[in-house]
Write a protein that binds this ligand. Sequence first.
Ligand code: HEM
Length: 145
Amino acid sequence: MNAYSFIKGLHSGFRYVVFILLVLAIIQALVGWLGKKPYTDVNRRVNLFTLISAHTQLLIGIILFFVSPLVQFNSNTMKDPVSRYFTVEHWVMMVIAIALITIGYSKSKKLVMPESKHQTVFIFYTIAIFIIIGAILAGHLPILG
Ligand code: HEM
């Protein structure tokens, strides 16, 4: 196994960590928000680990960007759906999603009311998960088509 396939496998597998933590964080934020529950240390930790996992995935993604043969900068890049996806679309969508997770976490940290903390995490993390799912599905469209 070379460095490329190792990083690729790591990045591809790590999506499940990000995804599972995001789902957990979203569920606990919704339950906390609607149930008017306190913002516990467990809540804070799950939200923080979700943020850390997203940033870890960002770092792995940046490394992958420089070693992947699917990332190409030539006249063919925008014409080929697979290279356009990995050179432009994938990382732009993922960076937006990671930025939303980061903003949501830091906004909620500054808020005082537990209800507002839960609500903020819920809104930002939910938009982020939809963008991530959309980005992964979009990546499979050229292959399916
Ligand atoms: C939450 C963030 C991210 C998730 C969940 C994610 C997920 C994935 C997944 C599942 C794949 C495999 C292909 C697919 O099924 O679509 C992939 C490939 C790839 N990702 Fe990400 N990604 C994220 C962020 C990033 C970022 C920020 C970058 C670049 C800065 C990046 C660069 C790449 C590259 C270059 C590939 C192609 C690998 C190859 O050569 O096959 N990713 N990503």
